[in-house]
Write a new protein. Structure first.
Length: 203
């Protein structure tokens, strides 16, 4: 499988866009509607996992599908609370000249597409939990991207901001770059970048 350049895979939330305020606002609405008492700081610890897995970790056992749909609705209605990080568009444009770009996110496909459209970000492939049997930290999403775009693991870089991202990359045996501006903390051994354009150092 010979390709020009590398395949660079990005997580979405915390790497390309800052959606933390959107999440915080949406969770507040969910708590009120479903009479939950779990603070956002507990939800925040699970960012990066598929939504139903988050609810499971928070020990929420009732109305999970209803909660998921309501969360999706409120989140979609408040996309104005989501901001793109500085330098993202320019860096992606420069990367595209010689590489393929993909997204592997735990956000559902509908909201992912809306966010990418809003900020006019285009990728060669976008993979969400809707495309998979297993979400992060399972490496299925990374492996699917490699298969569809016909790249070898040695020519792949994955950029994320959570432990789930790191584990997925490690299991897929691809290079992982930790985005220090994101939501997670670097509690594992990994390459790290402080600005998105530092990706070029690893190409």
């Amino acid at each position: 499988m010979q390709n020009r350049g590398k395949i660079i895979i990005f997580d979405l939330d915390g790497v390309l866009v800052n959606s933390l305020e959107n999440m915080r606002y949406t969770w507040t609405k969910v708590k009120k509607k479903f009479e939950l008492t779990i603070p956002f700081k507990e939800y925040e610890k699970n960012i990066g996992l598929p939504f139903l897995k988050i609810l499971k970790n928070l020990k929420i056992k009732k109305h999970n599908l209803d909660i998921k749909e309501y969360y999706k609705k409120i989140s979609s209605e408040n996309q104005n609370r989501i901001k793109i990080y500085n330098g993202v568009n320019k860096t992606l444009k420069d990367l595209k000249k010689n590489n393929k770009l993909a997204i592997f996110t735990s956000k559902d496909k509908d909201r992912t597409k809306k966010i990418l459209k809003k900020f006019n970000i285009k990728f060669d492939l976008v993979v969400t939990p809707d495309d998979l049997k297993f979400g992060k930290p399972n490496p299925e999403g990374i492996n699917l991207i490699l298969k569809k775009l016909k790249y070898n693991k040695k020519n792949c870089i994955y950029i994320g901001d959570s432990l789930q991202d790191f584990i997925a990359a490690k299991r897929a045996k691809v290079i992982f770059l930790f985005a220090t501006w994101g939501y997670g903390k670097l509690i594992f051994k990994s390459y790290k970048i402080k600005k998105i354009n530092e990706i070029f150092k690893y190409l």
